[in-house]
Design a protein. Structure first.
Length: 62
């Protein structure tokens, strides 16, 4: 299992993460949220791709 978090202070709500991994992320009140904190290893690759595309580096996958 992997853990995914979004830093709400950094997030600008651009939606890139939702476009890449809608099964993991959603936008609420103009900010990105991880639908669940713990994700499977299969989804971790998608989460890492979204993290790499985040323009403000607000996503952490560990």
């Amino acid at each position: 299992m992997a853990k995914v978090t979004v830093d709400k202070e950094k997030c600008i709500g651009c939606g890139a993460c939702v476009a890449i991994a809608p099964e993991i992320f959603e936008l609420r009140d103009g900010k990105s949220y991880a639908k669940q904190e713990e994700i499977s290893d299969e989804l971790a690759e998608k989460a890492k791709e979204a993290a790499n595309e985040c323009p403000v580096q607000a996503i952490t996958v560990s």
